[in-house]
Design a protein around this ligand. Structure first.
Ligand SMILES: Cc1ncc(C[n+]2csc(CCOP(=O)(O)OP(=O)(O)O)c2C)c(N)n1
Length: 315
């Protein structure tokens, strides 16, 4: 968790220094969800998420330098520097993005589930989405098809209480979003996403059930977004108070785990401080290495595109 948070601090630094092109959204405060959930997956389970994707990529083992290089638009980035923060990707790590179109990737999540079933595998597809994305029309079609076709896919709504500049109560007719699965005859539940141990326990139970039955599920994980929507969201007073954010920090998953370790397992606080320091130093190094790495060659713009656009071929 502390590595992810330190990485996010450095990614914001990259954005503010003008080294990160495009937009950037951090996962700070939500770490227990990705870690608790992904620690319960089978290593070859396919994973897909939206644009708040740094933490998932790191947890799945993608080199932080390669992730930071992508954020900075460098040649060694996961997508050769063409995707940026929202488009981290690594098929080798079973990580299928990183998507910017809100809700659109849920159809790809169902597709990952379909592929598993078609090939007769025993994997489960994990599709993370935001609470705002759960309002997109496509998601209702996706839930219907996933259930109708018995796809082994879990839709994990990371409910951080906000969708860009609006709050849950203002955008969801029923703020208990997991209940939407009822209309599609699909298992659903809401779980606490601020305690990494609890998330892991719940995820293990839910994932093994989906793996056994090949029936999809909709899980709403409650957490909180501490930072603005994106790195350029500087005026949050339109949708929340400072006091609310301060209260949420009291539930911080990193502090919660630290308290558990010190109070129940007798771990020395100095050890935790050392881990924290090492994570910060590591990510400062990641920033420097990515910033020093080369930019893509101009010709690279023509590769990995759908059509043949080589200028020498007259297109
Ligand atoms: C189809 C589409 N509509 C609108 C947007 C603009 N947009 C970007 S993020 C966002 C809010 C999404 O909120 P949520 O799904 O809750 O994710 P969070 O940012 O909280 O992780 C919107 C509306 C978009 N990217 N795609």
């Amino acid at each position: 968790m502390v590595r992810m948070r330190a990485f996010e601090d450095q990614s914001v630094r990259a954005f503010r220094s003008g080294l990160a092109g495009g937009y950037l959204h951090v996962y700070t405060g939500m770490e227990a969800t990705a870690i608790g959930w992904l620690s319960s997956r089978q290593p070859d389970d396919p994973i897909i998420t939206a644009y708040r994707d740094h933490a998932h990529a790191l947890y799945l083992g993608i080199d932080p330098v390669v992730c930071m290089a992508e954020i900075m638009g460098r040649a060694k980035g996961t997508s050769k520097g063409k995707g940026g923060s929202m488009h981290l990707y690594s098929a080798d790590h079973h990580f299928y993005g990183g998507w910017g179109i809100v809700g659109g990737h849920t159809a790809l999540g169902a597709g990952l589930g379909f592929a598993i079933k078609y090939k007769g595998g025993n994997q489960v597809a994990h599709c993370f989405l935001g609470d705002g994305a759960a309002n997109a029309g496509v998601f209702f079609e996706v839930m219907n098809m996933a259930s109708l076709w018995d796809l082994p896919v879990i839709f994990i709504i990371e409910n951080n209480e906000f969708a860009m500049g609006t709050r849950l109560e203002f955008h969801a007719a029923d703020p208990e979003m997991h209940k939407r699965a009822e209309g599609f005859n699909m298992h659903h539940e809401r779980i606490d996403g601020m305690d990494v141990i609890d998330v892991r326990r719940d995820a293990q139970r839910i994932i093994s059930n989906v793996r056994e039955t090949s029936r999809p599920a909709l899980i709403e994980v409650m957490n909180y977004r501490y930072a603005g929507h994106g790195a350029a969201d500087n005026d949050q007073t339109l949708y929340r108070s400072q006091q609310e954010v301060e209260l949420a920090w009291k539930r911080d998953p990193v502090h919660r785990l630290a308290n558990l370790l010190t109070e129940q397992y007798g771990v020395n606080k100095q050890i935790l401080e050392k881990i924290q320091r090492e994570a910060e130093e590591e990510m400062e190094g990641v920033y420097d290495e990515a910033a020093a790495s080369p930019k893509p060659e101009p010709d690279e713009v023509y590769s990995d595109v759908y059509t043949d656009m080589q200028p020498e071929r007259g297109h």
